[in-house]
Design a protein around this ligand. Structure first.
Ligand SMILES: [Zn+2]
Length: 304
């Protein structure tokens, strides 16, 4: 048993595996690194972003971070260009990395990628409706859900605001997931960042669906763009009331170096949960569900 620096066992359900290949792909696609760095500096707590070079061993770097903070395992979003490097890291460090394949249903090989994710032992898929030009209830997306269900993959969705500069918020409303959730009652859906601004909608989904959970990942800076005041503690209080501890899944949204594992987010969220536990009668087991058990239940993953 590995105990984290906050004193409990932790599995981080949401992070990103970026490598040299990621940056190369961005630049090849005409993306401006300067613009990205500027957005990162303005909208995130990252400060600087170190661009990976060819010599980086991203797998080893993440393992060093996990060991430094006592994190049992971490879930990584994987794009096609980082797939091989990630898969190699997964095998080298068994029981430490959960994998979720980034899937765009508009791509011709989308189903093939879901099949490959299952074959490679990944735990889920990640979809980005905020950056698409169609809704997730569009029939175009249904074959993806069918394939995910067949292989018991968790379907993670990023709705709401996003750092990507091409987002289209018209497709970013989490209420869109209600219909697929009804049509696929045996598929588990996870909504990232408490809905990234559509918090009210995600809370309503807790009432309206049984197979949708929310992840807590990131700084949750979306709260700045709400018409009322929120704090991390208040967010957890509302989320736990609406969804119970079973449907709140801890994540950090760690991504780049030199920032590495976002321990400050673990610390902040753990303290927030701890502070509301006594008055709302949440137990140690509830805390364990949020920070470890839920993501293991949803994916069947067994950490080392
Ligand atoms: Zn993320």
């Amino acid at each position: 048993m590995v105990v984290s620096k906050v004193g409990i066992e932790v599995v981080d359900s949401h992070a990103h595996f970026f490598t040299y290949a990621t940056i190369k792909q961005w630049l090849d696609s005409g993306a401006s690194l300067e613009r990205m760095q500027k957005r990162v500096g303005t909208y995130t707590d990252m400060g600087t972003l170190t661009v990976p070079d060819e010599s980086w061993d991203a797998g080893q770097m993440w393992i060093d971070e996990l060991d430094k903070y006592g994190i049992s395992a971490i879930g990584m979003m994987i794009s096609p260009e980082t797939w091989n490097e990630f898969n190699e890291a997964r095998k080298r460090f068994p029981g430490r990395f959960l994998g979720y394949a980034n899937i765009n249903p508009a791509e011709e090989n989308a189903i093939e990628l879901v099949e490959r994710a299952a074959k490679d032992g990944f735990q889920g898929i990640k979809l980005y409706p905020s950056s698409w030009d169609f809704h997730v209830y569009d029939k175009k997306v249904y074959p993806i859900y069918e394939a995910a269900l067949k292989h018991k993959l968790l379907a993670i969705h990023h709705f709401g605001i996003t750092i990507g500069s091409t987002a289209n918020l018209r497709f970013g409303n989490p209420l869109d997931i209600q219909k697929p959730a009804q049509d696929f009652p045996d598929l588990n859906f996870m909504i990232a960042h408490f809905g990234a601004g559509f918090f009210r909608e995600v809370l309503m989904l807790m009432y309206q669906t049984d197979n949708v959970v929310m992840d807590t990942s990131g700084s949750n800076s979306w709260m700045k763009y709400q018409p009322y005041d929120l704090t991390i503690t208040k967010i957890f209080e509302k989320a736990l009331k609406a969804g119970t501890a079973e449907r709140v899944v801890f994540g950090t949204d760690s991504s780049f170096f030199p920032r590495g594992f976002r321990f400050n987010i673990l610390e902040e969220q753990y303290n927030a949960v701890k502070s509301i536990c006594p008055q709302f009668c949440y137990s140690e087991d509830d805390i364990d569900m949020i920070f470890r058990k839920n993501i293991l239940r949803l994916t069947g993953f067994k950490p080392k």
